[in-house]
Design a protein around this ligand. Structure first.
Ligand SMILES: Nc1ncnc2c1ncn2[C@@H]1O[C@H](COP(=O)(O)OP(=O)(O)O)[C@@H](O)[C@H]1O
Ligand SMILES: [Mg+2]
Length: 377
């Protein structure tokens, strides 16, 4: 019995109603027992006009009065009992109705959560009511939607990663087979080719690890007040050799009176390195790459502008999505990465509370990548 009550919301509701009714009845019974004799006495006394209570007086009415009182009390008790029964019935009815209204949505949510746990992420519950249960169903649906998105992203990521891994692996395997069968000559070029593909694999794995770190946000930001020129200088130092190799003119244009910015030096240097690395990669020999910085209110804009291959407008919004490349074969030939660099840059800039975007006049018109940082005050 106790176990049944423990397990059923309806039984609990009914018991709570019943206890309220019983307490009410007991209080009513007790208080009437205490007050009625006195009150009856007083009212009847006044009614008979003697000015005296019926049970004190010695008048002839005394016996009759006491009979009257006991029949009054009996009828009162009877009425109380009837009211108690009626209230009990109503309690059963109301608790049944209410528990159905409460239990049904709870059951629906329980069933849905079990289906989701089994991997059916499209499961949702219908929320017809607007009370707390309706809100519960609503937030449950929101959670289910989030889970569905995460699951879709996980699938997409695994698909993308396997695809990215397959390309260099196929190349390595093909070359090795060619070598073994004697179809490919065992020349330094062949070994160089194989080494290059292995290198791609290693870079991809490094990029993925870095992407994983920034997407999880599991890195501390060491935000300080920094001069933009310091950030730019550090980046230029890293990439000057690469620019010289392609005979690209590398310039920076940072106004001397530019206020310092709030930034994590290593992270923003990484962003600049990714942008500058791309600019050098996608700019043909003897081109120009410039780093600019300007102040806009309490924001500093830093841009990397190149005179390179440019980007058709329809690709601009997607560049910061992982694995996105404008032209996969071109990016491969150009020794390009896997389309993760800009995604990492976006995460790092957004972690600083900034924005990052790309602009280009189109194919062959060069490109410009900009991001914002907050002015330190
Ligand atoms: N400066 C640039 N000029 C032209 N295209 C660029 C430039 N920077 C990035 N892109 C395009 O954006 C894509 C994504 O860049 P990124 O995330 O760094 O990946 P990748 O590893 O290919 O460099 C590149 O594949 C390229 O198509
Ligand atoms: Mg890149």
């Amino acid at each position: 019995m106790i176990e049944y009550i423990r397990r059923h919301l309806g039984a609990k509701l009914f018991l709570s109603y019943l206890s309220v009714i019983l307490v009410g009845a007991i209080v009513l019974g007790l208080s009437t027992r205490l007050t009625i004799p006195e009150a009856f006495n007083r009212h009847m006394g006044f009614a008979l006009g003697t000015g005296q209570g019926m049970m004190q007086g010695n008048g002839p009415g005394r016996g009759m009065m006491s009979d009257l009182f006991s029949s009054f009390q009996a009828s009162f008790n009877e009425a109380l009992l009837l009211a108690l029964l009626a209230a009990g019935m109503v309690a059963i009815l109301v608790s049944l109705l209410l528990s159905r209204g409460v239990v049904a949505p709870v059951r629906a949510i329980t069933a849905a959560s079990q289906r989701i746990a089994d991997g059916h992420y499209t499961e949702r519950v219908q929320a017809a009511v607007k009370d707390e249960l309706g809100q519960l169903a609503h937030s449950f649906n929101q959670m289910a939607e989030k889970l569905e998105q995460v699951e879709a992203m996980r699938r997409q990521l695994i698909g993308d990663v396997s695809h990215e891994l397959r390309t260099p692996l196929t190349a390595i395997k093909g070359s090795m087979e060619g070598l073994m069968d004697g179809v490919l000559p065992a020349t330094p070029e062949t070994y160089h080719l194989i080494h290059q593909e292995a290198d791609r694999l290693a870079r991809l794995v490094d990029d993925l690890q870095e992407l994983n770190r920034v997407e999880a946000g599991s890195y501390p930001l060491d935000i300080r007040s920094l001069a933009v020129s310091t950030l730019v200088k550090t980046t230029l130092k890293r990439l000057v050799a690469q620019a010289q190799a392609k005979r690209i003119e590398l310039r920076s244009d940072i106004p001397g009176d530019l206020p310092p910015v709030l930034a994590d030096q290593d992270r923003i240097t990484q962003v600049l390195t990714n942008l500058l690395g791309n600019a050098l990669q996608y700019t043909p020999e003897r081109g120009q790459v410039t780093i600019l910085s300007t102040q806009h209110g309490d924001e500093i804009h830093i841009s990397v502008v190149d005179t390179g291959v440019g980007i058709p407008a329809e690709h601009l919004p997607h560049l910061f999505t992982r694995f996105y490349r404008v032209d996969k074969s071109r990016s491969r030939q150009a020794g390009g990465g896997s389309g993760i660099g800009l995604t990492i840059a976006r995460h790092l800039v957004e972690a600083h509370g900034g924005r990052i975007w790309a602009e280009s006049g189109g194919e062959g018109q060069g490109s410009s990548f900009s991001f914002t940082l907050k002015v330190a005050d």
